[in-house]
Design a protein around this ligand. Structure first.
Ligand SMILES: Nc1ncnc2c1ncn2[C@@H]1O[C@H](COP(=O)(O)OP(=O)(O)OP(=O)(O)O)[C@@H](O)[C@H]1O
Length: 279
C-alpha cells in the first residue's frame, strides 16, 4: 500500500472537490493452496504424481476510486474476496499486481481481536492495540476512559483477554478502533458480533464517524444498515467487481430484498431493519 500525498488536516480549508481517499488500481491477489501439509505427505503425493499445491486468484483486476468522506458497503457472497480487499486497503497485505493508494491514517477492525495478546489484560491490550493503530501513549491515556466505557467489559478490564468471551473480545477491539483519529475507517462485518445493545452502539458510532467526514469502507450483508449508512455499494463476485454504484440498485442487484427469502433470513433482515430504525 502506498500513501497519497497530503493527509487530510483538520486545519486545512475545505477543498471545492473532495480529495481522493482511496485508489484501487488493477489490483489482483493470488493465494497458494497447499494440498499436503507434511513432508511425508508431499513426498507421497509427488510419487503418486498428485498435485501438492495450486494457486487461487482471490482478487482479479479490481479498480475503483473513493472520494474523501464517502461511505461504501462492500458486499458479495462468502469467499468473493471482501476481506482480502479490506486487508489490501488497510495495508495488512500487499497486492500481487496493481496498486492501492490511501490518504491519511487508517483505523478499523479487520478481524476480531487481531493484534490482541491473550496473556495481556484488557487494559494492556488497549494500549498495545492503540499503538499499532498509530496512537501515542498520551493520546491513549487521554481517551482511555472513553474506550473502556464503550467496551463496557466491567471488572474484566484487568484480567487477561484470553478469558474473555468472543463478544467481549470484539467489543474491546471495536472500541479501540473507533477512538482512533483517522481519515479512513475500514471494518469487516462489525455488526455480526456483539449483542443487540452493543450493535446499536456500534451503528450509532459508525454514523458519527460517517458524519464527521471520514471515509468509511465496510463489509456487511445487512441491507437496512447499508441503506442507512452508505452512499455507494461495491459488490464483489469471485474476486471481480460485479457492481459499483447506487445503494438501492446494489441491494436489488444482490436480490437482498427478495420476498421469497427463507423465514430465518427474513427474520434476520427485519431485525436489521428494526436495529437501523431504533437508532
Ligand atoms: N491466506 C489465504 N490463503 C489461501 N486462500 C485464502 C487466504 N485468504 C483468503 N483465501 C481465499 O480467498 C477467497 C476470498 O476470501 P475472503 O476472506 O476475502 O472472502 P470474503 O468475501 O471476505 O468471504 P466471507 O464473506 O466468507 O468472509 C476465499 O476462497 C478464501 O478461501
Amino acid at each position: 500500500m502506498t500513501t497519497l500525498d497530503h493527509p487530510v488536516s483538520p486545519a486545512a480549508p475545505p477543498p471545492a472537490e473532495p480529495l481522493t481517499s482511496i485508489v484501487v488500481d488493477g489490483v489482483s491477489k493470488e493465494f497458494a493452496l497447499q494440498y499436503q501439509r507434511t513432508l511425508k505427505k508431499i513426498a507421497l503425493a509427488k510419487l503418486r504424481k498428485q498435485k501438492v499445491k495450486d494457486t487461487f486468484l482471490a482478487l482479479e483486476d479490481v479498480s475503483f476510486k473513493v472520494p474523501q468522506g464517502q461511505s461504501i458497503a462492500l458486499m458479495g457472497l462468502n469467499g468473493s474476496g471482501k476481506s482480502t480487499l479490506l486487508k489490501l486497503i488497510s495495508g495488512v497485505m500487499k497486492p500481487d499486481a496493481g496498486q492501492v493508494l490511501t490518504r491519511g491514517r487508517i483505523s478499523g477492525l479487520i478481524a476480531t481481536g487481531a493484534g490482541f495478546h491473550q496473556q495481556l489484560t484488557g487494559r494492556e491490550n488497549i494500549f498495545m492495540n492503540a499503538a499499532i493503530l498509530g496512537m501515542s501513549k498520551e493520546e491513549t491515556e487521554a481517551k482511555f476512559d472513553d474506550i473502556a466505557a464503550f467496551a463496557d467489559v466491567g471488572r474484566f478490564m484487568d484480567t487477561p483477554v484470553g478469558n474473555y468471551s468472543s463478544g467481549m473480545f470484539a467489543r474491546l477491539g471495536f472500541s479501540v478502533a473507533v477512538h482512533v483519529d483517522c481519515d479512513i475507517f475500514v471494518a469487516d462485518e462489525v455488526l455480526a458480533v456483539g449483542d443487540r445493545p452493543f450493535k446499536k452502539k456500534c451503528m450509532k458510532r459508525m454514523e458519527e464517524i460517517r458524519e464527521s467526514g471520514i471515509t468509511m469502507f465496510y463489509v456487511t450483508h445487512a441491507a437496512a444498515s447499508v441503506r442507512r449508512m452508505c452512499d455507494r455499494v461495491i459488490v464483489l463476485e469471485s474476486g471481480k467487481v460485479g457492481y459499483d454504484g447506487d445503494v438501492d440498485e446494489g441491494i436489488k442487484y444482490l436480490h437482498y430484498d427478495d420476498s421469497d427469502d427463507e423465514p430465518d433470513v427474513a427474520d434476520e433482515d427485519s431485525a436489521d431493519e428494526e436495529l437501523a430504525s431504533d437508532i
